[in-house]
Design a binder for this molecule. Sequence first.
Ligand code: 26Q
Length: 800
Amino acid sequence: MTFTKKEFKIEFKERLQERFALSVSDASSKELYETLGKLVTSHYSGNWKNTRQGYLSEKQKQVFYFSIEFLPGRMLKSNLLNLGILDVVEEGLSDLGIDLEDLVQEEPDMALGNGGLGRLASCFMDSLASIGMPGNGNGIRYEYGLFKQRFVDGYQVELPDEWLNRGNIWEVRRESKAVNVHFGGKVDLIEEANGQLKPIYRGGYSIKAIPYDTGMTGFENDTVNTMRLWSAEVTQEDKAKFQNFEGRQELENLTSVLYPDDSNEQGRRFRLSQEYFFVSAGMQSIFNYYKTLKLPMIDMNKYIAIHINDTHPAMCVAELMRLLVDEENMSWEKAWDVTSKVMSYTNHTIMSEALEKWQSSLMKEVCPRIFQIIEEIDRRYVEEWQGVFDDDLIKRTRIIRHDQIHMAHLAIIGSHSVNGVAKLHSDLLKSVVLKDFYAIYPERFNNKTNGIAQRRWSQLSNPMLSKTLDEYIGKSWRKDTTNLRLLLNHQDNNKLLSDLEQTKFENKKKLAAYIKEHNDVTVSPNAIFDIQIKRLHAYKRQLMNLMHIIKLYLDLKENPELDITPRVFMFGAKAAPSYHFAKSVIKLINETANLINNDLDIQDKIKVVFLENYNVSLAELIIPAADVSEQISLASKEASGTSNMKFMLNGAITLATLDGANIEIRDAVGEENIAIFGLTESEVYRYYNEQNYNSADIYHNNPVINRVVNAFVDGTIPNCCMEGQEIFDSLITYNDEFFVLRDFMSYCDAQAWIDASYKDTKKWGKMSLNNIAHAGHFSADDTVRKYSEDIWQIEPIRKG
Ligand code: 26Q
């Protein structure tokens, strides 16, 4: 279904009148946005219905992607693009005197995630629909998304993200599909005549789970899949029942807030309840769907695949067992066979503190039947392998150990596939993190390197670059980004190189204007825009970036005539509210920015900007304007990274360690088009094995490092005595966990290479072109195709 510009204008005006009794000139941006939103949803609602009915009538195998986070950002433009009406609408609105961008700004970011993992889930939703795969999302509809970040006196302050305040035009509340999720109480097992154990529930309470569905439109293909997010509601009746229950307040607020920690935070009862809530609600709704197909339960794996995105939904394994054994009276053995064929699991982290564990006693309280089932899975696991593998191996890999439930173990034991998110990461899973499991189930392990929704990160966020590309290589890259390779035929086309440079310059001007408005700092678009945007984490080493900035500052103070290419260092990062170290780094960066930006000696050669409240929409403004992409985690720590892929697609040069997907980026663009530095993963592990890293030695023996580290404690950076001391201690007293000092000189060399290379405009332009040309490697469409073939065994939609 499509329309001409004329038809669009008529329909738009009619809808505006119908809904608000207004004409264009009287309407506010918000009213215009809502009108356009409704027009868009009505535009795809027919295909949404048809897609769902098609799956049903064809009984197609579908995947359900369980993720405790989704991070779609804004959806208006993405939907317009996918429906093939972006240009018509933009022009039509312009005829009416409306700037589409103004309406876009009215949409709050849907920020129901912390970072990479949630954004990946949303890129996958886009890609599943765009390649026409039967794929659904299942998650939580948090009333408050990730906190809004403000800086007060250089410190991070968190404010609630009230994204639903003004309504959400994309969601549909489906009261009729509500289910109850049972919490607490006691469960007795009674043996029945046939020997099966039947659970009898005593006490506890149910919480009503209401699904809110959002249509996920595919790119120009009539497919509209569903992302289903669950909201908890406690009825008046329930409230009366649990008057005295101490956790009642909590339960009422079960889906209020997203936990703002992207690792580390463990053991909170409330988080466990959130996990069981969306797992149980999602599994029940899949079960209800499957029953309408009237197929044998034992065949479920032929029609349903369930994906566990990190361990947060790992209870899916036990919940499916519960439904099959308790509700459908299937034997344990048969149910287990079905369950492990249905489930698959992705690991996103190697940081041991992020591996989820729960106290047995807590799980027993929150979901007693699930705890029993996990105990039984654990018991049978031990029984199965006793005598086959040695006892120590079994002990290390069993699910319950020292009264703790290891969620990754549950996910692996209950799945037929376990994958990492970049080649190096998947290798490390096999050789280090999940080595024991690799010995037991080698056939389950595989790699699926992450990818990005390339249409969003090029066509939508960088229309100027997109137009330039069209001019030289045609439009085929818009559907298939491997065609970006056609650019390689134009490497020596000076006109193209200068056009690319010009688009970058225009994007930098846009970002400079934003910075002027929000940070009141003037930055020149002629300077190198050097950018690090990601969660603030010690392993990501924003601190090393800061130390290099301090070094440049001290060098310039000593010799103001120093010839360096003007550079703007930019940061965007939220710190988990309880992550002390990360918050100190934010304060230090802000104070350093203040110091440098206001020091006349520096003559604008360097500027430092910390962009407040980094989110998906801000990323869409920042990435097109980047010259340098900072990907400087300690080798082996970043599972993959995905912003690295977005920067590359927008022509930034990657400055990176050989970590995560950076390695595959280097392989794609070639060594001459990337700046690599630092320890390799094997060198890092050698230090671990030999336990001979000593940061104090480096500090005492290297005068450059000595001077920079001292700047944290000698008053060079004003107003952060305490924070400076903490950082100093982390580096020297606590032996620099992430080898910042070890990699620092090598990082400075790489930065010097960037400085020199940028001066050679042609060389830089060619490097940039090469990065764009090879970015097709990292398309989420391809990644999802591989998941579909190798793991989920699903096929593109059959049109009935
Ligand atoms: C765990 C327990 C309790 C509370 C919170 C958590 C928690 C929440 C979020 C643990 C981890 C996360 C998120 C992890 C994440 O975003 N990982 C990133 O995943 C990306 C997509 O695969 C990778 O590109 C990144 O390298 C990885 O850091």
